[in-house]
Design a protein around this ligand. Structure first.
Ligand SMILES: NC(=O)c1ccc[n+]([C@@H]2O[C@H](COP(=O)([O-])OP(=O)(O)OC[C@H]3O[C@@H](n4cnc5c(N)ncnc54)[C@H](OP(=O)(O)O)[C@@H]3O)[C@@H](O)[C@H]2O)c1
Length: 291
């Protein structure tokens, strides 16, 4: 399958480039801006892909609270530009959304049919993007994932949670980590592999794709330190104490129901994914590294 990847230098884009088995045209932000509708149409009509994977996003969640226009420009209008241009080129579109479309009040894992209710501008802009992609192009895969970490680090966020924790611990900074937000941390390499599987099905629709299991940020950090042999001073804190500009869901674990319904297994546990990540990055303490 001839696929075209937008946002190719990001965290997920980098892993898609590593795992993709078919032909892949990779376009970083410098080459294509999803907000430039004419350029998006020109590139897609020239390249004629069968699938367009759009990883472009503006996702500095707190910053977006005071930058609503830009949030919707990239995450909603930009998503529609790509979905429209893909439809015109008779291509399918794959676009990545987020667990932040939910309010976190359900208390059990969300399924694709649960009603979203975003708490933040970011979540609202991504939900608008979901609607626009689904409305624009019948051949769509809208894929929600959560708490991504990958070897490239999120370019839009200046890294990822795992690297931030390790850096702070090594610098001897006392850590306070939120213990009342629970999600399924997801390795972008595993997500990329599932996206590849999904792309081969032509089973268009809305999907949740995450690593298995769930954990709070505090316990996620604790496991990172355990695997790296680090013992920083760390205390738990509540979301209210953190008082971040953007509200976040307390519990945003997502059942991968639609994925399983078409016969694709959910990705491995977040624990196994984390260990694989730390091993690849050379962070794993010696005792945890196989001989
Ligand atoms: N990171 C998470 O925890 C998380 C969780 C759930 C869902 N998601 C979603 O997963 C997707 C991938 O996230 P990620 O972690 O891989 O993010 P990332 O590393 O920040 O990658 C996003 C890429 O998009 C590019 N980009 C930004 N604005 C663009 C524009 N207007 N036109 C074209 N390209 C643009 C960025 O380039 P520059 O950096 O050069 O601007 C970057 O290479 C996003 O849709 C995000 O919303 C992320």
């Amino acid at each position: 399958m001839r696929a075209l990847l937008i946002g190719s230098k990001g965290q997920l884009g980098s892993d898609l480039r590593r795992v993709w088995s078919g032909e892949l045209i990779s376009l970083p932000h410098d080459d294509i801006d999803v907000c430039n509708r004419d350029r998006v149409f020109a590139v897609l009509s020239r390249e004629r892909p069968e699938l367009v994977i759009n990883c472009a996003a503006y996702h500095r969640v707190d910053e977006l609270e005071s930058n609503v226009l830009r949030a919707f420009e990239v995450n909603a209008v930009g998503a529609k530009n790509v979905a429209d241009a893909a439809r015109e080129a008779d291509a399918a579109v794959m676009w990545i959304s987020t667990d932040y479309v939910f309010d976190g009040e359900k208390g059990t894992p969300y399924v694709e049919t649960d009603l979203p209710r975003p708490l933040s501008v970011y979540g609202a802009s991504k939900l608008a993007g979901e609607h626009l992609v689904r409305q624009s192009n019948p051949k769509h895969y809208v894929v929600r994932s959560s708490s991504l970490f990958g070897v490239a680090g999120a370019s839009g966020k200046g890294g990822n949670f795992v690297e931030t924790m390790i850096r702070k611990a090594r610098e001897g900074e006392p850590l306070r980590v939120v213990d009342d937000q629970t999600s399924s941390p997801t390795l972008t390499l595993d997500l990329a592999e599932k996206l590849q599987e999904l792309a081969g099905t032509s089973r268009y629709g809305l999907y949740h794709v995450t690593n298995s299991g769930q954990v709070s940020w505090f316990h996620f950090a604790a496991r990172i330190f355990e695997l790296c042999g680090l013992s920083p001073s760390m205390t738990s804190m509540s979301t209210d104490e953190l008082a971040a500009p953007a509200r976040r869901p307390r519990f945003s674990v997502m059942e991968n129901a639609a994925l399983k319904s078409i016969g694709i297994e959910q990705a491995r546990s977040w624990q196994d994914a984390l260990e694989a990540y730390l091993r690849e990055k050379g962070h794993l303490k010696a005792a945890a590294t196989p001989a």
